[in-house]
Design a protein around this ligand. Structure first.
Ligand SMILES: O=P(O)(O)OC[C@H]1O[C@H](O)[C@H](O)[C@@H](O)[C@@H]1O
Length: 549
């Protein structure tokens, strides 16, 4: 049998609390005096209401001890100080430096990284000025109208999330496009709608070795040449963001058109770096700055707030409570703000690539559960789809409901309905609707006893489904920045308690190696005979389809 968690002293006591909680209800905990005030915290424009959780106040106090005993505070200090906490790759983890607004030095290997960060920000700012002034022109002298980001994973998901979250701030004179997948359909759909003379491609890849991005970038360049772009003018249409300047130059990007990032920025934490250059290009540099400021405010809160009021710490601990003590397999993030529609996708990479691990940072196999499956979508859409399972399914799925008090689009009563439903879901999940009440209501409406006996059990919503409400005044650049940073730090807290290195991703490598090998087999000039029969049948079928030997 697996252990619950690493050997922290407080685990036994937490187990007792969890056993008690299993026999209790969220409703019963609401009787605790002062619970609503105690179980809420506000930071950087976000309020977390965590009163609808299956935990008593005492249980929560014990959970705080878990963070203390796991050394979360010391680990946090080490991360912000630039220590090489990504041990397997020998790297610091300093996405927080990218949004640092103070005058503190941030040292890596004896060197302050802040001048390079500020220099890159000022290059981004000048690039935006040139493009926005219509002074960045293509080969025929026309100003840029289309910006195409070619990138995948961390070089796409965060950018898309931020830019969609900033929809009200997006420029009308520029159109954003993304080419992500190696599926030729992805490139084709973009090439079908852009105008080559007014298109700027951003080849966005920290490593500049990612197959999808390389193949798409090469195809985009070939298409531009076909469309009439003189080779000598390719610098007017292609810029790059990369940590691998040599590879980007070898691809043919002029050195002055390459924006850097550094090995201490993980891909899934890189939207704050030049990787996110599409964000200010499609809005303005001032808006991008506001996004960074919001994230910085969350960084400050995470570093300075006491653990019991510390939003990322509380969210991390509650996640562990259900994953490790209640065997919850997944966690849903439901945004009651359509502009956050891409957020769950970004969170999937941020969380699952960080904490989907089976060994500790020291390489010892873990004997406890680590990161859950993260999924989600936007409300109210989900209410007409998968909320059925949340309410009446057999699995325990803790939920975060993200909502804003005010909309950027004050149309009629939409926002009133939207917020009403965000709260309604929180109430329904936590408290449900019990059988005696349903029976009484049916009887009152004149249902027969037989009807009541058959239907009442089917209508029961048991409730007791934990919900965090995460409420902001309005989805502004600052609150969006704070929201994304909040989840980054939540992931950190959980990784720290599970003793993981949240900043490497060796699990994705095997697929790349096999993909290269199988690509060779699919495309070889001479006949292929693969020993693995299961694989061989598909190699042969694919090769036949493409008339290969
Ligand atoms: O930015 P790139 O180097 O092209 O990487 C893009 C993505 O691919 C990799 O396989 C990693 O799993 C991701 O963490 C990364 O964000």
């Amino acid at each position: 049998m697996m252990k619950i968690l690493p050997s922290y002293a407080v685990v036994d006591s937490l187990k007792q609390h969890a056993d008690q909680a299993s026999a209790a209800t969220i409703q019963s905990y609401q009787a605790e005096t002062g619970r609503t005030e105690r179980m809420a915290t506000t930071a950087a424009g976000l309020t977390l209401d965590f009163s609808r959780h299956l935990i008593s106040e005492q249980g929560l106090n014990e959970l705080i001890k878990l963070a203390e005993q796991a050394g979360v505070e010391a680990k946090r200090t080490a991360m912000f100080a630039g220590e090489k906490i990504n041990k397997s790759e020998g790297r610091a983890v300093l996405h927080t430096a990218l949004r640092h607004m103070g005058d503190r030095l941030v040292m890596v290997d004896g060197e302050d990284v802040m001048p390079a960060v500020r220099d890159t920000l000022s290059r981004i700012s000048s690039l935006c000025d040139t493009v926005h002034a219509g002074q960045w022109t293509g080969w025929s002298g026309k100003p840029v109208k289309h910006i195409v980001n070619i990138g995948i994973g961390g070089s796409y998901l965060g950018i898309k999330t931020a830019l969609d979250g900033l929809r009200p701030y997006q420029r009308k004179d520029l159109q954003a496009h993304y080419v992500v997948n190696v599926d030729p359909a992805d490139l084709a759909k973009t090439l079908a709608v852009i105008d080559p003379e007014t298109t700027l491609f951003i080849i966005c890849s920290k490593s500049f070795t990612t197959m999808e991005t390389r193949v798409n970038a090469e195809a985009a360049k070939a298409w531009m040449l076909e469309q009439g772009m003189p080779e000598a003018d390719s610098a007017r249409h292609f810029i790059a963001v990369s940590n691998n300047i040599a590879k980007a130059t070898a691809f043919g990007i002029a050195e002055e058109n390459i924006l850097p990032l550094w090995d201490w920025v993980g891909g899934r934490y890189s939207l704050w770096s030049a990787i996110g250059v599409m964000i200010p290009l499609m809005t303005s540099f001032a808006i991008f700055k506001r996004l960074l400021i919001g994230a910085f405010e969350m960084d400050e809160h995470f570093q300075n707030a006491p653990l019991e009021d510390n939003m990322p710490v509380i969210m991390g601990l509650l996640g562990i409570w259900y994953s490790n003590f209640f065997e919850a397999q997944s966690h849903a993030v439901l945004s009651y703000a359509s502009d956050l529609d891409a957020f769950p996708g970004h969170l999937q990479q941020m969380d699952m690539e960080s904490n989907g691990k089976r060994v500790t940072a020291d390489g010892q196999p873990v004997d406890w559960q680590t990161g859950p499956v993260i999924w989600g979508g936007v409300g109210t859409n989900g209410q007409h789809a998968y909320h059925q399972l949340l309410h009446q399914g057999t699995r325990l799925i803790p939920v975060d409901i993200v909502a804003a008090l005010e909309s950027h689009n004050p149309v009629a009563e939409h926002q009133d309905w939207l917020f009403a439903h965000a709260l309604a879901q929180a109430q329904a999940l936590a408290y449900g609707c019990q059988e005696d009440q349903i029976r009484a209501e049916m009887a009152e409406k004149g249902a027969s006893q037989a009807e009541i006996d058959m239907l009442a059990p089917q209508k029961v919503i048991p409730g007791n489904k934990p919900v965090s409400l995460l409420i902001m005044d309005k989805l502004e650049p600052e609150t969006l920045g704070a929201l994304i940073a909040l989840y980054e730090h939540k992931v950190f807290v959980q990784g720290a308690i599970w003793e993981l290195n949240s900043y490497d991703q060796f699990g994705v490598e095997l697929g790349k190696v096999l993909g290269d090998q199988i690509f060779e087999q699919l495309t070889a000039d001479s006949a292929v005979n693969e020993a693995d029969a299961g694989l061989n049948q598909w190699l042969q079928r694919y090769r036949q389809k493409h008339h290969r030997a």
